[in-house]
Design a protein around this ligand. Structure first.
Ligand SMILES: [Zn+2]
Length: 260
């Protein structure tokens, strides 16, 4: 009995030391940054933030490989940022080989496999846009089936409240995470700071928060606001990569774990 107590105490001491905290239970924040791969504004500033990120890289673009390699070298998680058809929006925003609802099953599978092969070190996937495609069960069943075959998890960016991703991911058995807070849907420091406050409130009710920001037009604003906010979370939360939020592998099917 005494031995068990000592081991447990040592374990707790180790855990709190690793978190740089005096023992209070740590909440976890996973910052995901979308739209890497096209030499976007803020790329270097995001990769150099003093926290671990999840870096979502679009396939088939000029700096796809370079950005994925740089993120991997810095210890960030790399995921494929798969372009998917929105209800509204210009086709030019989607980039090459996007997943469109007009494509055949074979063509969708081919494009998803090519996208994964094009982004080195990818351990997961999320959707770029996709309010139309993520509401389509035929499309999502193929996308998630390929993820399962390649051992990738999926992050539902939740660009549509009609997303079928939770239902289909549970059926296919793919580990699923979901976005809680969009950081920079408006490109101002004021808005991003407000969203950081939303993260703080979310953590009052939940153990973890997944938040999505972007390189591009908001890249410098968002990276600057994050850099400023990081010290304020030191006592209450730790920044983690998405893979650290996945349920531990049990050797059983994931489906039951991913229902929520
Ligand atoms: Zn995107």
């Amino acid at each position: 009995m005494a031995l068990i107590v000592i081991v447990a105490a040592a374990g707790a001491a180790h855990a709190s030391a690793a978190q740089g905290d005096s023992g209070a239970q740590q909440r976890r924040i996973a910052v995901v940054i979308d739209d890497f791969g096209n030499n976007m504004k803020g790329t270097a500033q995001m990769l150099d933030l003093p926290i671990k990120l999840t870096v979502a890289v679009m396939p088939f673009l000029p700096s796809t490989r370079k950005d994925a390699e740089a993120a991997y070298r810095k210890g960030h998680d790399v995921i494929v940022h798969l372009p998917m058809e929105p209800v509204r929006g210009k086709a030019s925003w989607l980039g090459p080989n996007a997943i469109l609802t007009s494509l055949t099953d074979e063509e969708i599978r081919k494009r998803v496999e090519m996208a994964i092969a094009d982004v080195p070190h990818a351990v997961g996937m999320n959707n770029h846009m996709g309010s139309k495609a993520t509401a389509d069960e035929r499309i999502m069943r193929i996308v998630l089936q390929v993820c399962k075959e390649k051992g990738l998890f999926f992050l539902d960016s939740r660009t549509s409240y009609k997303s079928v991703i939770p239902k289909v991911a549970a059926e296919v058995g793919v580990p699923l995470l979901r976005n809680d807070v969009f950081l920079d849907d408006v490109y101002t420091t004021r808005h991003v700071s407000k969203q950081i406050e939303v993260i703080r409130q979310h953590l009052g009710k939940h153990d973890s928060c997944v938040t999505i920001g972007h390189v591009g037009p908001s890249g410098l604003i968002t990276s600057g606001a994050l850099r400023g906010a990081i010290p304020g979370f030191a006592r209450s939360a730790s920044f983690v990569k998405l893979t650290q939020l996945l349920p531990p592998p049990t050797g059983l099917d994931y489906a039951g774990e991913t229902q929520k």
